[in-house]
Design a protein around this ligand. Structure first.
Ligand SMILES: [Mn+2]
Length: 314
């Protein structure tokens, strides 16, 4: 039987790492006994904290599918765009997808596959429901992973991406994980403030996603913080690094989104074509700085606005 790796996106976040672990566990108990979790990037500090809580190992690191055996299969979690996936993904067969992002039309297959994409708060929400549908109960460790993905993506059910399904699933998995969701959320976000102590490189690259719109490239980095106290003092060095990234990556627009999880609002630094920056719909503070009140979701609020701004170049 060929190998099957369950893979989250590049610059993985907690939903991508924990979703890969949970989906591999689910698939190994159901249709793919050989399913194994994998990752194509470093484990962020907060995700490492979750794995420690759950008593789980980090998934296997695969940076290029060429390093896998011939005929390997992949399941994608928390993404469906090749530019956000592991290097070489276009050369392997994809047999399963669980995601909650826009469709970019990359995944083409020779046989029918299971492709579950729903506009819910996290990939882990969908995976938890798969256990329910199958009449299976996730272990305490896997339930902890599922909680972490759901809580981190929805900012404990407060993000505008939160749906009734998220609100219905969380109490079930929190009970199985034996966690208090408030305390868990507090513990999770208390770990490793990138705004306080991260290098500019870490701030920009820990959670950054690339997109293409009308053949133009954009990139959106995001960090989540409890309060934005250090922002003013760090803005200049972060903006310098963002400008360099924008030039090196040939982006039409590059954004750094610093989200305050206490307020569910964001400060947004922009680099790129001024015509595009001028079209951003957020409250403008100066030439390159914006404030988004109630703006905290990249997929639902920031990317659509950024894509519309980039479309003004077409
Ligand atoms: Mn997610």
């Amino acid at each position: 039987m060929s190998e099957l790796y369950v893979m989250g996106h590049r610059n993985p976040d907690t939903d991508a790492i924990c979703g890969a672990i949970a989906l591999a566990d689910f698939l190994s108990q159901t249709v793919y006994p050989h399913a194994q979790p994998s990752r194509c990037g470093n484990i962020p500090e907060r995700t490492a904290w979750v794995l420690e809580q759950a008593g789980l190992e980090a998934p296997k690191l695969i940076t290029n599918t060429a390093d896998c055996v011939e005929g390997v299969d992949f399941a994608l979690v928390d993404h469906n765009e090749f530019q956000q996936s592991v290097e070489g993904i276009e050369n392997v067969s994809i047999v399963y997808v669980v995601d909650h992002h826009r469709l970019a039309g990359d995944v083409l297959t020779k046989s029918p596959i299971r492709f579950i994409n729903e506009p819910v708060g996290s990939s882990c929400t969908i995976i938890a429901r798969e256990y329910k549908y199958a009449g299976l109960t996730p272990s305490k460790a896997i339930a902890t992973c599922l909680c972490a993905g759901l809580i981190s993506d929805t900012l404990l059910l407060t993000s505008p991406t939160t749906t009734d399904l998220d609100r219905e699933i969380l109490p079930w998995i929190a009970e199985l994980a034996e966690i208090n969701t408030e305390k868990f959320t507090e513990g999770f976000f208390a770990v490793g403030s990138l705004l306080g102590a991260g290098t500019p490189d870490a701030v920009l690259n820990t959670d950054r996603k690339d997109f293409e719109e009308n053949g133009l490239k954009l990139t959106i980095a995001q960090i989540e913080e409890r309060g934005l106290g250090p922002f003013e003092g760090r803005r200049q060095e972060l903006e310098l690094e963002l400008n360099q990234l924008c030039i090196d990556g040939d982006y039409t627009l590059a954004l750094l989104v610093v989200t305050d999880i206490k307020e569910n609002s964001s400060m947004i630094i922009a680099a790129g074509k001024s015509q595009v920056i001028d079209s951003l719909p957020f409250e403008r503070k100066d030439d390159t700085l914006f404030y988004g009140k109630g703006v905290c979701s990249r997929k639902k609020q920031i990317f659509p606005a950024a894509a519309a701004a980039v479309a003004t170049m077409a």
